[in-house]
Design a protein around this ligand. Structure first.
Ligand code: AMP
Ligand code: ZN
Length: 488
């Protein structure tokens, strides 16, 4: 991917910082570098497509940082211990619960769902981060961290070691709530001094054995969920680092608690990351997407129904990451159609990419302008909806040289993580699992139908169309994108 070849200086990257609730220019901690930590999945179940929106966002952020010339170090953690069924210290450990329900080893559960998550990551063209940090690999460091803050900031109860949120300045500033407000008021733990106080270490109740437990100065038990991200981000990215990401729910409890721990551990007011960034939710018409409701939307279900996974990525990018996005099958269908159109436009330009090298010819002013508009859009807090329209305008600028349009959209596609130039003919048309008819059969019937129509034999033409409908194939006469059929 090339740097933007503009004569005017590239615009500075501006990102919305949840800490200040404002757009700020990105200035890295280490010149030329960008260090990003993203809260990863809790691997007790499959991720739903809402969870994957968080990683499409983090990946698009990472790609934009690379595009802007920063050397990116991205960490995504895998939470395989500590996350309770309620973010505010209530309920059971999500993984222990899943293991008990399924009568399986917790380690097998974690491995299975981590692999399922990685499959979705790959399908959505999310780049591999520099590190996948697994929480259970860092328990000794978590104990050391807890020991360092225990005396000044924590108190012990029968159930564990708790962080006293009044011991740090301005607790809850990220969520804009204090120690006795906010969602964390839902407080089931006996003896907690303040509603927002949270577990650093959870002791195994007497007489019980957990599948995952470790010895600690506070007894055998498991680390609290918030502790892991403070420990792993510092271990892998240093302190402070540049950007911490997560879904908007994390702005309320998980990230304020990480910040409190970071303040305590660094004996300062430093939050740990310069930018805290949050993607908004993917919602269903009926409300928030949730796994506890039983049936939920997995990427694999979309694929089984014949939607290319990148249609879902495109659907995410059509909305700004800070806006709520409502999922609908019609919306996904529209995104698939748009992806196909982009792919066909790319196919028309494809050979141009191989035929010319960038240096061979001067680039037109118009392409330079489109490139800098794209840069402006992405530099403006990742305005992907606008960036997509610039991609389309570049494809459509038919009066310009094909090679320079091809070159520009290849670069844009790299930033957006949409593979315009790969597997163009086959990929967008994913076969639903249930389809029995082959593509060759469909094409053969359509060819016969074309002949019948040319001969004005509409009885035969309609019969052939009905035959296709019976096989689950919709015939799309006159589709402006050139797609003449699709599998239902
Ligand atoms: P979890 O596996 O529950 O820890 O969540 C993984 C990531 O998905 C976190 O960053 C959450 O904030 C995020 N997330 C959860 N639900 C949604 C949703 N419906 N839309 C977007 N992001 C979500
Ligand atoms: Zn986290």
């Amino acid at each position: 991917m090339g740097a933007v070849m503009t004569e005017t200086p590239a615009p500075p990257l501006k990102l919305f910082n949840s800490l200040t609730r404002s757009l700020e220019e990105f200035v890295p901690v280490h010149p030329g570098e960008a260090r990003v930590y993203s809260c990863g999945p809790t691997v007790y179940n499959y991720p739903h497509i809402g969870n994957m929106r968080a990683y499409v966002f983090a990946d698009t952020l990472g790609r934009t940082l690379s595009f802007k010339g920063y050397k990116l170090t991205h960490v995504i953690n895998i939470t395989d211990v500590g996350h309770l069924t309620d973010d505010a210290d209530a309920g059971e450990d999500k993984l222990e619960k899943a293991a008990a329900e399924k009568a399986q080893s917790i380690w097998d559960i974690a491995r299975h769902y981590t692999e399922a998550y990685w499959a979705d990551v790959k399908a959505l063209n999310i780049r591999q981060p520099a590190h996948w940090s697994i929480a259970t690999d860092y328990v000794p460091q978590m104990i050391e961290f807890a020991k360092a803050i225990a005396d000044k900031h924590c108190y012990e109860l029968a159930s564990g070691l708790y962080f006293d949120t009044t011991t740090v300045a301005d607790y809850g500033r990220l969520a804009r709530h204090g120690t006795d407000e906010g969602e964390s008021r839902i407080d089931p733990v006996d003896g907690k001094r303040h509603a927002a106080d949270f577990a650093i270490w959870r002791k195994t109740p007497p007489g019980e054995t957990r599948q995952m437990e470790w010895d600690s100065p506070w007894g055998r038990g498991a680390p609290g969920w918030h502790l892991e991200c403070s420990v792993m981000s510092e271990a892998l990215l240093g302190f402070p680092f540049d950007i911490h990401t997560g879904g908007i729910d994390h702005r309320e409890i998980h990230h304020p608690n990480e910040i409190a721990q970071n303040q305590a551990h660094s004996c300062s007011d430093a939050s740990g990351a310069r930018f805290w960034m949050h993607n908004n939710f993917l919602v269903e018409r009926s409300g928030k997407m949730s796994k506890s409701a039983g049936e939920f939307l997995r990427l694999q279900l979309l694929i089984d129904k014949g939607y290319h996974p990148l249609a879902y990525r495109l659907m995410c990018l059509q909305a700004h990451y800070r806006s709520e996005l409502e999922f609908s099958w019609e919306g996904l269908g529209a995104a698939l159609t748009r992806l196909k159109r982009l792919r066909y436009a790319a196919a028309a330009l494809e050979c141009e990419l191989e035929c010319y090298s960038r240096q061979e010819r001067p680039i037109s002013a118009e392409i330079l302008a489109l490139r800098s508009e794209f840069d402006e859009a992405m530099s403006n807090d990742l305005n992907t909806p606008q960036a997509l329209t610039i991609v389309e305008r570049t494809f459509a600028a038919k009066h310009l040289e094909r090679w320079e349009r091809a070159d520009a959209v290849a670069d844009f596609g790299e930033v957006l993580g949409l593979k315009f130039f790969y597997d163009i003919a086959t990929l967008p048309r994913v076969r639903p699992k249930t389809a029995t008819i082959t593509e060759a059969e469909i094409e053969a019937i359509l060819a016969r139908r074309k002949e019948a129509r040319a001969a004005k034999d509409f009885v035969t033409s309609d019969k052939l169309r009905d035959e296709l409908i019976a096989a689950g194939v919709e015939v799309m006469d006159g589709d402006p994108l050139g797609w003449d059929w699709r599998l239902e």
